[in-house]
Design a protein around this ligand. Structure first.
Ligand code: MEV
Length: 322
């Protein structure tokens, strides 16, 4: 006798379920105070975490990574860079298929040189661990986020996701990673957006070309940037903001010579100095993105100059107790 349909064992369709401990995760964005680009060639850089960053929360259903701000929802098997970065993270963590999806929320401008992609990668790793019932260490975060950063930016030094993973303020080298630095007081910075997207991958490739074309000159520039980083570190230690500002201005000149600046960045630097900033320079990949200005007692004037010229701008602080 064949059972009637109603008597047959019922198969209820099951949605993939995240582990019970699944929860939202956060990682901060960053500013590079001095040393970007040269850091790819082993020179130290100074960088700090922003209060704002990226949140990744688990979402029921298929293992899609959804970024509403970019109008994107990708499966790890797909081809766009976001999907490849997601896949790179899963492969680095030996996760075959996550038990749920993830949704990304940015608290900072993206494509601006403020480390949003690295913060996304680190926050995603932090969300994946509990969702998959895995306990992940800082080393796992760094390794998996580095795999994603290589997809987003090509030849990456690792500074962006090191700051996103560690937080705080410190010195980064490729060799020694992120070393927290004591900054006696928070370093306040005005951040202004050029309105043009940063071009990290393109600018990193251009520096590599220049290094091949003019190796001696370029190595001297990297060494000069290294010396500026040391000078800035001493200035921070002794609270000498004039000296820190001067080092930032010189670093900007070296970055211009390395062809990673652009007219919009240089206009923001001029406006900031005109409004009384001690130092102003691009931060991050360059070619667009953001400019940072050190302007104690003149922050409102810098904000007004930038906003008056139509740029988004805000004040932030990195370092001690920021
Ligand atoms: C990007 O935030 C910093 C660069 O030095 C690239 C890198 O270090 O990976 C331009």
């Amino acid at each position: 006798m064949t059972p009637r349909a109603a008597d047959a064992p019922q198969k209820t369709p099951t949605q993939p379920r995240a582990a019970a401990g699944a929860r939202a995760a956060f990682a901060p964005g960053k500013v590079i105070l001095l040393g970007e680009h040269a850091v790819v060639y082993g020179v130290p850089a100074l960088a700090g975490a922003l209060a704002a960053g990226v949140r990744v929360k688990p979402a029921p259903g298929a293992p899609t990574l959804c970024v509403p701000a970019w109008g994107l929802a990708v499966d790890p098997a797909e081809a766009p860079p976001l999907a490849r970065a997601y896949r790179a993270i899963l492969e680095a963590l030996a996760i075959e298929r996550p038990p749920c999806g993830f949704e990304v929320e940015f608290e900072l401008p993206t494509g601006a040189g403020l480390g949003s992609s690295a913060a996304l990668s680190v926050a995603l790793v932090r969300a994946l661990g509990p969702a998959c019932g895995r306990s992940l260490e800082r080393a796992d975060e760094l390794r998996a986020a580095m795999a994603a950063e290589s997809v987003f930016h090509g030849r990456a030094s690792g500074i962006d996701h090191a700051v996103a993973a560690h937080g705080g303020f410190g010195r980064f080298t490729r060799k020694d990673g992120f070393q927290p630095l004591p900054a006696p007081r928070p370093i306040r910075l005005v951040v202004g957006h050029t309105g043009r997207a940063r071009d990290t991958q393109g600018r990193v490739m251009r520096v590599a070309e220049i290094e091949r074309e003019r190796p001696d000159e370029t190595r001297l520039r990297f060494a000069a940037i290294g010396a500026l980083v040391e000078r800035a570190e001493r200035a921070i230690g002794s609270g000498d903001l004039d000296e820190l500002g001067a080092a930032m201005n010189e670093n900007q000149r070296e970055l211009e010579a390395l062809e990673v600046s652009c007219p919009e960045i240089e206009a923001l630097c001029r406006e900031a100095r005109g409004a009384g900033a001690l130092g102003a320079k691009l931060t991050g990949g360059g070619g667009g993105g953001c400019v940072i200005a050190l302007a104690p007692d003149r922050e409102e004037a810098v904000l007004a100059a930038w906003r008056g010229a139509g740029h988004e701008a805000f004040v932030t602080a990195v370092g001690a107790g920021a």
